[in-house]
Design a protein around this ligand. Structure first.
Ligand SMILES: Nc1ncnc2c1ncn2[C@@H]1O[C@H](COP(=O)(O)OP(=O)(O)OP(=O)(O)O)[C@@H](O)[C@H]1O
Length: 233
């Protein structure tokens, strides 16, 4: 099952081409890592798929049938997004953020409460649920945003720099949750600079350079080539 398909997608902002003719597909139950130097276009690609940035050309299809151009709301219901920087609302507590996500994705109340309890325990946030973002540390805000993105059961999960700002325990717990999501059928597209950390999770990689796909293929091949190149330097 194809969970994400991009065909000839380009994104221009203010006359500058940020993404140029991007095409690739992703299967359900798989993880693809988007890699590349700072400014290569990784976040721009994630935001274009999310619809935060408007593409100028091409088509994006999620879960086989949902085209971004056709029914944007139904399309959006198919994906969940973890941004690079937390986008929390100052007037809502951590718990209220979780409830908002639960409602937006029409999650069953009992399932929602069980997931909140489990994820909050795993990320050591149990005593922070009634806190507002300004009362939380940066890493705790990142954990709240991470839980929000993991609560819904969407076919596609987009994660921009999943491990940024998390302590080692939280990174390991997130890795476990990513594996769990994949085993349940979710397709995950993530951006990363931490190749070693995604070694055990990502099956495929896409390398971007100046907004274009430079290379793509199996992550095992890519990481072997990368290590060899690093050793030669
Ligand atoms: N809203 C915007 N308006 C204009 N240019 C933008 C905008 N967002 C990103 N860019 C430009 O697009 C290019 C790609 O940026 P992007 O954030 O996608 O890179 P990235 O690969 O995610 O980098 P990093 O590894 O540093 O996070 C950069 O040259 C950046 O300056």
């Amino acid at each position: 099952m194809c969970v994400l398909k991009l065909q000839n997608v380009s994104t221009n902002i203010g006359g500058t081409t940020l993404l140029d003719d991007i095409s690739f597909t992703m299967d359900a139950s798989s993880v693809t890592a988007l890699v590349g130097h700072n400014g290569a276009g990784k976040s721009t690609l994630i935001k274009t798929i999310m619809g935060v940035l408007e593409k100028s050309e091409g088509t994006i299809t999620v879960n086989g049938t949902y085209r971004q151009d056709e029914s944007f709301l139904t399309y959006k219901q198919q994906l969940s997004y973890l941004p690079e920087e937390p986008l929390l609302m100052t007037e809502l507590t951590a718990m209220q953020h979780f409830q908002l996500y639960g409602m937006s994705y029409a999650l069953d109340e009992q399932v929602l409460q069980e997931r909140i309890r489990r994820y909050a325990a795993g990320f050591e946030l149990e005593d922070k649920l009634d806190d507002y973002p300004e009362q939380l540390s940066k890493g705790m805000r990142q954990k709240v945003q991470t839980i929000c993105a993991l609560l819904p059961d969407t076919p596609l999960l987009l994660i921009d720099e999943p491990f940024m700002g998390l302590d080692i325990y939280a990174m390991e717990y997130l890795e476990e949750l990513i594996r769990e999501k994949v085993s349940e059928g979710t397709g995950i597209l993530l951006t990363t600079h931490q190749l070693e950390r995604v070694r055990g999770i990502a099956g495929h990689y896409i390398m971007l350079q100046h907004g274009k796909i430079e290379k793509q293929g199996s992550a095992a091949d890519f990481l072997t080539i990368k290590r060899r190149t690093d050793d030669d330097e």
